[in-house]
Design a protein around this ligand. Structure first.
Ligand code: MSP
Length: 675
């Protein structure tokens, strides 16, 4: 029987549409899944969406939708994107599906029946953004994880006896050092557990968007217990169907949970403890990667610095994004994304590197050998350079495989490209085009050897990197006349397998060079999305003196109205582009060295934004905390005195007078849209 390999991505929250940070994890997993299939493993690759909890409930409310409608929309965006990118997931689980809800009940019951759940009262702080109970003290105290204001929760809850599992967890980390990778994350987790574990509240009763606690539906199950359970519910845990039970037996425990570094505690402490409590086997390994940064901070919706995958797919294609992320970012560490770096890598490594090697080698075989792979003569035409390439290829196969199996994608690709570079050099030095002008037997034989050697090296790189850049390599493989690359058994890969007289397919370029406009086009697409427009040209904002003055000190690019009515009026659609929302000031402080600026943290219901506003001369910061204000929520972020401002606060600015913040006489929920 073949080995099985079960791997998972985190299930993504549906409070925000997908960006390349999410794509990064999914691409890494897809690469691993494709490689495992080529290695012959019975692979199961799971992804999905995390749809319950207060954060989603509030996001839906702010969007004027029911949580289910909202979750349906955003979940579909994730799925559509993965489909468009050719992600080869085997199942896509949604936590609002019946199969999941029923099986979560089973898990809860099992843990309860095993005596690990009790009822108690929780009083403390909760961070809605992280969906995490925290040790902060006092109303509004900042979350120790993300710094956002926490909310005080006082409710009767079900508790999980997490404290009872500390010793077993420590034993797990010690006996299985590979349970958490990389080492830095393992150390963090061990010191967290060593610091003492408190029992964990695993239900909430102050909102209803979740899975009800079995036999006590006033409570909903804590969203992280619900979410983590997806890894077993999707493959049949707790099902009464025979097929599902068999799948669970076959695939569980997971071979790999791939996650971002911010959710290590949930996966490496809570999850194994829940599984121990349910007497279920533990996953074999949890690998945490770093963050994708954009403009120096973590790419995330709340910072407003996201880049969508679609933009890159439109301009350069999925392979370019996959290659860039895995090559550029050292896996496990944070890495920066920029359009410049993306295009530079694309041109250097893909268009001029692999793409060029493929087209020049295959074109010469087509031209000089009528499209059939020539065979190297074993005696007459062998030179040291030929066997050096074969030797390099052998080394590359071994090194690449070992690096990629340790998830060192960047180094593995560097190694693979060392073969591309070596063959390039070999071709230039041997000048096959010059040999082709001479019809002597010796020249023909030498030409055959050079082109065979190049094509064989190309075949080897192509097979190795297929899981990383599946589209282009499938095309090169077909051009090499080798059929379906997905069926190629990687363990068999070795030098010399390219058969004599293999008939090449149609030779076409796989990576057309990206021109200078590629960066501009991508940047423009993203700017338009951030400013909520679809027009092509962004123009500076102009304001009429009578209009409420936006006190965002930077002038953000505003949309050109789609329809400009002659007397300067705008249509309702133009107005609708401006997303005005009720926010509540949580933190206000002066900006050092800037008399007019205040740094505010404003809660928008679904997220807390940093806004830098020019109102320091009108308001003392302490008077603003707790106050409800109007925020333009979809302004492109701007940096002011080195601080990022995400949105602007709306105020009237009388001639020569002080700014007066727009506010409400009646109470309005935070996050409500003004329209
Ligand atoms: N829903 C939880 C996970 C539950 S798993 C049982 C969650 N969701 S999330 O939508 O916030 O996304 C989490 C994952 O998306 C991260 O762990 C990471 O894998 C990926 N990323 C989101 N933004 C990212 C970056 N800027 N950079 C790298 N990965 C990022 O947490």
């Amino acid at each position: 029987m073949s080995k099985k390999f079960y791997l998972t991505t985190p299930i993504y929250y549906v409070n925000a549409r997908p960006h390349i940070g999410h794509a990064y994890t999914t691409i890494a997993c897809d690469t691993i899944a494709r490689r495992q299939r080529m290695l012959g493993a019975d692979t199961f690759f799971l992804t999905g969406t995390d749809e319950h909890g207060q954060k989603i409930e509030r996001a839906a409310e702010a969007a004027g939708k029911t949580p289910q409608e909202f979750a349906d929309e955003v979940s579909a965006q994730f799925r559509t994107l993965w489909n468009r990118m050719g992600i080869t997931y085997d199942d896509f689980i949604r936590t609002t599906e019946d199969r999941h809800k029923k099986r979560v009940h089973e898990l809860f019951r099992q843990i309860r029946d095993n005596g690990h759940i009790y009822k108690g009262t929780y009083t403390g702080q909760y961070c809605v953004f992280d969906e995490l109970y925290v040790d902060a003290v006092g109303p509004g105290a900042p979350c120790p994880e993300c710094g956002r204001p926490t909310e005080t929760v006082k409710e009767e809850n079900y508790f999980f006896k997490l404290s009872a599992f500390a010793d077993r967890l420590m034993q797990l980390y010690t006996e299985q050092p590979d349970f958490i990778r990389p080492e830095t994350r393992r150390n963090e987790v061990m010191s967290f557990v060593r610091g003492g574990l408190r029992d964990l509240s695993i239900s909430r009763s102050t909102f209803s968007w979740g899975i009800p606690v079995p036999d006590d539906p006033k409570h909903v199950i804590y969203v992280w217990l619900d979410a983590l359970a997806n890894y077993i519910t999707a493959i049949g845990y707790g099902s009464s169907h025979k097929g599902a039970q068999e799948a669970f037996q076959k695939y569980w425990p997971a071979d790999l949970h791939m996650i971002g570094k911010e959710i290590v505690r949930f996966h490496c402490v809570y999850w194994p403890a829940f599984l121990m409590a349910a007497e279920l086997p533990l996953p074999k390994s949890i690998v945490a990667h770093g963050w994708l940064l954009f403009e120096e901070s973590k790419m995330s919706k709340s910072r407003g610095n996201i880049v969508r995958a679609e933009t890159i797919l439109d301009v350069l294609g999925a392979d370019a994004l996959r290659y860039f992320l895995l090559r550029e970012v050292v896996f496990g560490q944070d890495g920066s994304f920029s359009f410049d770096a993306l295009v530079q890598r694309y041109n250097a490594d893909l268009a001029n590197g692999l793409g060029n090697l493929a087209s020049r080698t295959l074109t010469m075989i087509t031209r000089y050998f009528r499209g059939e792979v020539p065979y190297p003569s074993a005696t007459v035409s062998q030179k040291a350079g030929d066997s050096a390439i074969a030797e390099t290829a052998r080394k590359v196969i071994a090194e690449y495989s070992s690096l990629v199996d340790q998830y060192q994608f960047s180094r593995a690709l560097e190694v693979a490209w060392s073969l591309v570079a070596a063959v390039d050099k070999y071709i230039v030095e041997n000048e096959p085009w010059a040999l082709a002008e001479n019809q002597s037997e010796e020249s023909r034989s030498r030409l055959a050897t050079i082109l065979y050697t190049s094509a064989e090296a190309l075949r080897i790189v192509t097979a190795l990197v297929h899981p990383v850049i599946p589209d282009a390599t499938a095309k090169i493989w077909a051009q090499l006349g080798l059929g379906d690359i997905r069926r190629f058994p990687l363990p068999d890969l070795k030098w010399g397998q390219l058969q004599l007289s293999t008939k090449l397919g149609n030779v076409e370029p796989v990576f057309p060079r990206a021109d200078k406009t590629a960066i501009e086009r991508m940047q423009k697409m993203e700017d338009q999305l951030r400013s909520g427009t679809t027009v092509t040209q962004a123009e500076p904002e102009t304001q009429s003196p009578a209009a409420p003055v936006a006190t965002h000190a930077a002038v953000a690019p505003a949309a050109k109205p789609a329809v400009v009515v002659p007397d300067g009026k705008i249509t309702i659609d133009d107005f609708a582009k401006v997303e005005l929302r009720v926010g509540q000031v949580k933190v206000a402080e002066k900006v050092k060295g800037a008399d007019k600026l205040l740094r505010l943290e404003v809660d928008l219901g679904t997220e807390v934004r940093q806004v830098v506003a020019g109102i320091a001369e009108s308001y003392a910061p302490e008077l603003l905390v707790g106050r409800k204000v109007v925020i333009v929520a979809n302004l492109a972020p701007r940096k002011l005195r080195g601080l990022e401002s995400n949105g602007m606060i709306v105020a009237a600015s009388p001639e020569g007078g002080k700014a007066v913040l727009a506010s409400f006489l009646e109470d309005v929920p935070v996050g409500t849209r003004l329209k």
